[in-house]
Design a protein around this ligand. Sequence first.
Ligand code: P1T
Length: 379
Amino acid sequence: MKFNTKTIHGGQKHDPAYGAVMPPIYQTSTYAQSTPGGHKGFEYSRTHNPTRQALENAFASIENGEYGLAFGSGLAAIDAVMKLLKPGDEVISTNDLYGGTYRLFTSIFKNFGIKFNFIGMQNASNIEDYITENTKIIWVETPTNPMMNIIDIKATAEIAKKHNVLLAVDNTFATPYLQQPLDLGADLVMHSATKYIGGHSDLVMGALIVKDKELADKLYFIQNASGAVCGPQDSFLALRGIKTLHVRMQRHCENGRAVAEYLQSHPKIEKVYWPGFESHPNHEIAKAQMKDFGGMISFVTKGNDYNEAIKIVENLKVFTLAESLGGVESLCGHPASMTHASIPKEEREKTGVVDSLIRLSVGIEDEEDLINDLKQAIG
Ligand code: P1T
């Protein structure tokens, strides 16, 4: 099955009870047993739920994995991955990443004796300098949030394999429509399904997808033992979202290109971060590992002016000033005070997350309305 067909049919079967084409929302916490252990495959909804299972099968299918797991948020999914570790273990992570992921690593897991190295991975060979015998996970966002850095997944996977380290890729910004990290050698894919997977800004959810049975079993154990699962209603919504992922992404990419090019040509804009530009330092890698360049764009105004940036986000009308991304509607954000506020200023500024940085999640509205909105807001 090819990708577009997989988004609709991958891992799905009609409901055995009445042939419902969409999986029913099994809004139940528990399942009747005829004798202890005598059940129809479902005992308790933290462990399994038919609606969630249909979604988990869809996750596995669209990422070309074997096993999918759904969680109550993206951070809950990352939390489950980190619970594979023991005190003394080390993680190498991209230094530009979602502020909440940074906070989870540095304010929670560091207290349990896990060491984190945040490094620039734009040149994959850098990674090897930080690998020790205790390194267990390489954690990669690509494109990164919010600086749109591109990490070479294939080259990173080769390094990870050589040192027997697990490579985990947060594929939230790209989605499997644009890139499939497992095919490039990653061991694990993570999503904030809150974003493009759900696609309609109406749920909070996380996903993990793997190929290896042993790794999947460890993660299923953690999912059940820690219990950060999503409910059946949200599972249904995410499944519905997946069915249009390919058509939405196509439009996100088209509008993203138009907005990036408009901003690039604007005399009041200093710099636009978008991997589709030939001038992007890792454009060639983006071109090789991604089908297109997505709808996420960051930019700074001329003179690096904080007040100017705030004025723009306040003036925008079609773009809503809000956290999050990946929905059908366009959003704008101010990372320094919103999504990345939990990263100390001196740390975030090292990677370019300055006070004048604006991030756009370009939606699927009419291109002309988006450009006109930016025109009136920037002036
Ligand atoms: O919000 P949650 O579903 O828990 O996902 C966390 C997360 C993980 N990884 C990436 C790349 C993300 O962008 C996020 C969440 N990000 C935002 C809310 C945001 O506006 O950037």
